[in-house]
Design a protein around this ligand. Structure first.
Ligand code: ADQ
Length: 462
């Protein structure tokens, strides 16, 4: 088996169990299984000015190679181009894009830095798999340095329609850089279709009947590879008794209360304010629900140096206070808003103890929380997943209650439907959803992407 070298902006700590962030979770699950090298920023050090050597550490079958960034890199590349330009742009939020030429320069500089560090590690026979919007120009940088290895790219977030992409300066350069990969993977057919439209309209490339993109003399495989979770290990975690969660669940059972759960990174793409409003609307429209239901929203802080993240945090704190102020009673708190990260075993137990999983992003590449919620349910008495139609997961998880995350009334009605759904219907939906998350699990994601990457019919560019 050829050695797999994975590169992502940040390398997850494989020794920790609490991990917030879909890329870290998805990749860690897949890499532990196959082994290989994982290179990226260590997520912490910002001190070195000189070009550093990667720091190497072996954890199980995975060799981690980490490089530090400078403060300037962090500001321009990470907070700047990646998270103030590409992240909002790719999530269709042009109103939040904050473009500066210095950000673009930083983005190119750090991609060049990653390429230099990689050149010291790569062996001729390696398969190179690069992840996410931070590193789109990395293949081009590596090719410039003479790299001939097969290179794949997976985009964890959505790929926007051409008319949105066209709003950012140098969008053509960005897509041309993307096309330097041999294999480009997307979460959904919608994302893949958006790339097809862009290359046909702007680059004069064409899509062959076998779906490969023809650019001059080269061919690129672009496909849909929906990411999944390690279903069995999640089930095992959910089935393990967790004392703290169990005590809390028993208390709720005595009081005749049921829990709706939301779990997210605290991000403006996740639709959190309207999710809270929808819960309040449920209490308004159906007063009989008061005191019999509560919303637990767990939100991990991320990217707090970016202004848009500071405002979403304030908005949520105010909203949860407002809803509690309006509806709470001396013995009932409608919204429990937890600003933090929960260990994965506790998370699994919490999903299992919640009759409704409420997942309402305004736009999301896939959304692994939706899949984790399904995996955690017991077949005897499963909960119901209420899922946004704009999550990539909705392209497959048809048996969830699919909602419009911009329509508060629609979400409130579906919450009620979920809370009053007969057991037989819940079981039927759960069975179908479980089959779907098994079909597209972490292993399948890795294997299908690897099969495309190992397909030698596509020649790397000279
Ligand atoms: P994210 O935007 O981070 O991922 P998601 O797919 O939902 O979104 O993954 C989040 C992961 O972090 C889940 O495994 C979840 O359990 C965990 N997590 C989130 N909040 C947590 C908390 N408060 N405590 C503990 N754990 C928490 C990006 C894309 C997604 C895509 C993934 C994978 O934005 O669309 O599904 O990558 O490709």
């Amino acid at each position: 088996m050829r050695r797999l070298v994975v590169i992502s902006n940040r390398v997850a700590d494989l020794t920790r169990t609490a991990q917030a962030g879909g890329l870290a979770v998805g990749l860690a699950d897949s890499l532990r299984e196959r082994g290989g090298v994982w290179m990226g920023w260590d997520g912490q050090s910002l001190k070195y000015e000189a070009e550093p050597e990667p720091r190497i550490r072996k954890i199980g079958e995975v060799t981690q190679a980490t490089i530090p960034l400078t403060q300037q890199d962090y500001s321009d590349y990470y907070l700047g181009f990646a998270n103030s330009v590409l992240w909002p742009l790719f999530h269709y939020r042009l109103d939040l894009v904050d473009f500066k030429t210095a950000f673009l320069d930083g983005y190119r500089r750090v991609n060049a830095k990653f390429a230099n560090a990689l050149m010291a590690i790569l062996k001729p026979d390696d398969l190179v798999w690069i992840h996410d919007y931070h590193l789109i120009p990395l293949a081009a940088e590596l090719r410039r340095r003479g790299c001939q290895q097969r290179m794949g790219f997976f985009l964890h977030i959505p790929f926007p329609p051409p008319e949105i992409l066209a709003a950012v300066p140098r969008h053509r350069w960005l897509v041309e850089s993307l096309l330097e990969f041999d294999v480009i993977g997307f979460q959904t057919n919608t994302d893949l279709g958006n790339l097809h439209h862009y290359v046909e309209d702007n680059l004069g490339s064409w899509i062959k009947p076998d779906e490969r993109i023809r650019i001059g003399e080269r061919e690129v495989i672009a496909g849909c590879f929906p990411i999944g979770i390690d279903v069995d290990s999640f089930i095992a975690m959910a089935e393990q008794p967790n004392d703290e969660v169990q005590i809390e669940t028993q208390r709720r059972a005595i009081l005749g209360r049921r829990q709706i759960i939301g779990v997210d990174r605290l991000d403006y793409t996740k639709g959190l304010p309207d999710r809270l409003r929808a819960f309040a609307r449920l209490l308004e429209l159906y007063p009989e629900m008061r005191k019999s239901v509560a919303l637990m929203q767990i939100a991990t802080p991320t990217r707090e140096e970016v202004d848009a993240y500071v405002s979403i945090r304030k908005e949520l704190e105010a909203l949860s206070g407002e809803i509690n102020g309006r509806f709470a009673d001396f013995n009932w708190t409608p919204v429990r808003y937890i600003h933090g990260t929960v260990p994965r075993d506790a998370l699994a137990a919490l999903y299992r103890a919640s009759p409704v999983g409420f997942v309402t992003p305004l736009r999301d590449g896939m959304n692994l929380v939706a899949k984790e919620y399904v995996a955690a349910q017991s077949m005897d008495n499963p909960g119901v997943l209420v899922l946004s139609k704009f999550a990539g997961a909705a392209e497959d998880l048809h048996e969830a209650l699919i909602v419009n995350p911009y329509d508060v009334d629609d979400m409130a009605r579906n919450l009620r439907r979920a809370l009053t759904m007969p057991l037989e219907e819940r079981q039927k939906r759960q069975k179908a959803l479980m089959e779907r998350i098994r079909r597209h699990d972490a292993k399948n994601w890795l294997n299908t992407f690897m099969a495309a990457l190992e397909d030698e019919q596509t020649q790397p560019s000279a």
